[in-house]
Design a protein around this ligand. Structure first.
Ligand code: NAD
Ligand code: IPM
Ligand code: MN
Length: 358
């Protein structure tokens, strides 16, 4: 029996809808396997701005620090999109990542064989794809100094991209270790032909790989070319390590391999303390409140939480098997139905619950 204290951060838009389904799944796992999971919900994002004027209230940070793991829905939405607003929902997410030191964002691109035809890409191109992205999450351009200059009346804005040796070392090491547990291949993606931080990244990555991981097959690809290779020959990649912004963009692109953003979970991990688990998609304002969002990315994020933070691999396997069973039975939310018949968020959550077994 494991006792775990899990913080839920539903956030905005479809966040609460999908978190509800994942909570039910985790609750059922606790029942089946005899664990005690305690859930505590806290504010983050737009709803936190509306409630207390801060996208990341101190109470949320404290609860996260005291927890065993955190499950987040999504933040943001048109209501808080005014570019001149003094704070934004997204700032809350960036801050919790930084405060908890969650420098490594694992984004597995896993194809469900049942869903091959949900992808806009051809079966013969995507079949066999299995990529693990490691996106650096607490550095780079997301966290560089920013501001505006009057610039003699022609106002300008800037945002610096900075990476240090130790930041690159730790994410590359983690990626190389992940590769050793998989197909032993690592690709580092950068823009070293143009950007100075990318040149540092490339030097440091090469040194870490030669000195510490000579057994891992290693190569480098420029980010613009990578955007193409991902669509053209996705099978050629095993583990991919890259900086914060490139990783953000490439993984949304990669979501079209399995067929939908609504299928992709992620884990954000630091060197110690609780991990944060979330779907890679956002608050989907276009479908929020309609009860049609795909909860599977969040449910799969809950599985990653069981595996990485709570050391419950059999329980994680059980969730993933239930998701596969649901897909095998032909159940689809709209985003993966490709025009065929679809079910809603709750029905999909229920279908997973029904198929959960030890
Ligand atoms: P988005 O990921 O919210 O949506 C992109 C498209 O994918 C939309 O058409 C949406 O309906 C669809 N989609 C996303 N998740 C889905 C799901 N589970 N089921 C079915 N369809 C799904 O990206 P966006 O529209 O560019 O951004 C909306 C807001 O979300 C913005 O405020 C953005 O900052 C925020 N955002 C938050 C996170 C996060 O909290 N981690 C991530 C990305 C974007
Ligand atoms: C993500 C999101 C976030 C990011 C935003 C909402 C800050 O797009 O988690 O991928 O860019 O990291
Ligand atoms: Mn993103």
């Amino acid at each position: 029996t494991l006792k775990a204290n899990i913080v839920l951060l539903p956030g905005d838009g479809i966040g609460p809808e999908i978190i509800q389904q994942a909570e039910l799944v985790l609750g059922r796992i606790a029942d089946i396997f005899g664990h005690e999971f305690e859930f505590e919900s806290h504010l983050i994002g737009g709803i936190a701005i509306d409630t207390c004027g801060d996208p990341l209230p101190q109470a949320t940070v404290d609860a996260c620090r005291a927890s065993n793991a955190i499950l987040l829905g999504a933040v943001g939405g048109p209501k808080w999109d005014d570019p001149s607003a003094k704070t934004r929902p997204e700032a809350g997410l960036l801050r919790i990542r930084k405060e908890l030191g969650l420098f490594a964002n694992l984004r597995p691109i896993r194809l469900f064989s049942q869903l091959v035809d949900a992808s806009p890409l051809k079966r013969e191109i995507i079949e066999g794809t299995d990529i693990l992205f490691l996106r650096e999450l607490t550095g780079g351009i997301y966290f560089g100094a920013s501001g505006r200059d009057d610039n003699n009346g022609d106002e300008s804005a800037y945002q610096q991209m900075v990476y240090s040796v130790s930041e690159v070392e730790r994410i590359v090491r983690l990626a190389a270790k992940a590769a050793q547990g998989r197909d032993n291949r690592l690709t580092s993606v950068d823009k070293a032909n143009v950007l100075e931080p990318s040149r540092l990244w490339r030097q440091v990555a090469a040194r870490v790989m030669t000195e510490e991981f000579p057994d891992v097959q290693y190569d480098v690809v420029l980010v613009d070319a990578m955007a193409m290779h991902l669509i053209n020959r996705p099978r050629d990649f095993d583990v991919v390590v890259t900086g914060n912004m490139f990783g953000d963009i490439l993984t949304d692109e990669a979501s079209m391999l399995p067929g939908s953003l609504g299928m992709l979970p992620s884990a954000s991990l630091g060197s110690d303390g609780p991990g944060l688990y979330e779907p890679i998609h956002g608050s989907a304002p276009d479908i929020a409140g309609k009860g049609i969002a795909n909860p599977l990315a969040t449910i799969l994020a809950a599985a990653m939480m069981l595996r990485h933070s709570l050391d419950l691999p059999a329980e994680a396997d059980a969730i993933e098997a239930a998701v596969e069973a649901v897909l095998a039975d032909g159940l689809r939310t709209a985003d993966i139905a490709r025009g065929a018949e679809s079910i809603g968020t709750e029905a999909m959550g229920n279908a997973v619950l029904q198929r959960l077994t030890q």
